[in-house]
Write a protein that binds this ligand. Structure first.
Ligand code: GLA
Length: 379
């Protein structure tokens, strides 16, 4: 059954359209986006789709094909952070944010088909929010452009869902282009599409989903963000973006050990992103690999957002011949990304699966990914 058919069976009318948004993997540039820094994500093929139709009243009805007993229904005036909760908060949060920003909308009926692995660190929540945002934008003729849609979904995520995330994921999903990674300056929002086609040189990109679920609303993410703000304030800076790599050790000398390590990660990671873009442009996979590997070390030791499962996944992938392996996304679980010669993929898969079995952990997901198109109207 198609999503449009599921919609018709649920609400007895045809949807006005079907919209979708992908998940994303970040190649490099982690925990830099809320420090005004650089990121290099790409959209993946897995997508979340939303079928929707406007209503004449102010009722919002939501159903998810993945949560059969989780239907939700709420009037627009009753929307407030925490109400509704659970998966429906990602849908309702976007509609709430649209109204917060002063746009006129009525109620709507929606059915969601989420195919981005939930809690896997591949931005499943943003995929849902962005798909709903582009649907609402079309349904009510709001005329919002990509940057306004990104702002809107960030407002929903930060204030309604309660996760203080940056802008990387929304923009990666909205601006993603097949065959490219998005080099984004989160301060100016200047973006460049950088060709990313490892297959042409015999390489493959693989995601390792540790199956350790993380929530960005659980405090550790907010704690890192607050540490960066404290470090910047103590250094008299607006943000850590303004700290140069040259002379870094001296500049950080007055900070306590924790703030020093957090700031060091952000500054070194910010320097690695443009270097990774240069490596990509010259298709220097070995150089890209060493930058990605250094990123993981920095996230593990200085920023402390990795976990045992991510470290084991990364090490197993490297043992099996990956030139690069690092955690991707917020961390504390979720997924790792590895770059390896395509012929090493079977070995990589079995090395990772055996390492998890030996540790007594559930079997991880191991699947290839390729840069794919961003959010769009499908029907
Ligand atoms: C999550 C957030 C992003 C970003 C990453 C870490 O994915 O949604 O804004 O901060 O973590 O790089």
């Amino acid at each position: 059954m198609t999503l449009a058919e599921a919609f018709r069976m649920t609400y007895d009318v045809r949807p006005s359209g079907v919209w979708s948004a992908p998940g994303r993997v970040n190649l490099i540039g982690e925990h830099t986006d809320y420090n005004d820094g650089f990121v290099l994500p790409f959209a993946i093929a897995a997508r979340t789709s939303v079928a929707a139709a406007p209503r004449d009243d102010d009722l919002l009805r939501m159903r998810s094909l993945q949560q059969p007993s989780g239907d939700a229904s709420v009037t627009l005036d009753a929307l407030e952070p925490g109400r509704p909760e659970g998966w429906a908060s990602y849908v309702a949060g976007v509609v709430w944010a649209v109204r917060e920003q002063g746009h006129e909308v009525r109620g709507a009926d929606l059915v969601v088909d989420g195919r981005v692995p939930l809690g896997g660190g591949l931005s499943s929540s943003h995929a849902l929010e962005v798909a709903v945002a582009i649907a609402v934008n079309d349904l009510f003729g709001l005329g919002l452009d990509t940057d306004a849609l990104a702002d809107l979904t960030r407002l929903a995520e930060n204030k309604f869902v309660g996760a203080p995330t940056g802008l990387m994921d929304q923009l990666a999903l909205l601006r993603g282009q097949a065959g490219h990674a998005l080099f984004l300056d989160t301060r100016s929002l200047h973006a460049e599409q950088v060709p990313l086609d490892p297959a042409a040189d015999g390489y493959a990109l693989v995601v390792i989903d540790t199956k350790v679920h993380h929530s960005l609303g659980d405090g550790a993410y907010a704690d890192r963000r607050a540490a960066c703000e404290r470090a910047a304030a103590q250094l008299g800076l607006g943000s850590l973006r303004d700290l140069a790599l040259d002379g870094l050790a001296q500049r950080l000398a007055g900070l306590d050990d924790e703030l020093c390590r957090r700031a060091r990660h952000v500054v070194t990671e910010n320097a690695r992103v443009p270097a990774a873009v240069d490596a990509l442009r010259s298709r220097d996979w070995a150089e890209l690999g060493s930058l990605m590997n250094a990123s993981h070390t920095s996230l593990r030791d200085d920023y402390e957002v990795s976990c045992d499962e991510l470290d084991v996944a990364v090490e197993a992938a490297r043992r099996a011949g990956a030139v690069a392996a690092r955690m991707t996304g917020g961390g504390f679980g979720g997924s790792a990304i590895a770059l390896a010669p395509a012929r090493r993929m079977p070995a990589l898969r079995s090395e990772v699966v055996s390492a998890f079995a030996a540790a007594g952990w559930p079997t991880p997901g191991v699947f290839e990914v390729a840069p794919s198109d961003g959010a769009r109207r499908d029907h």
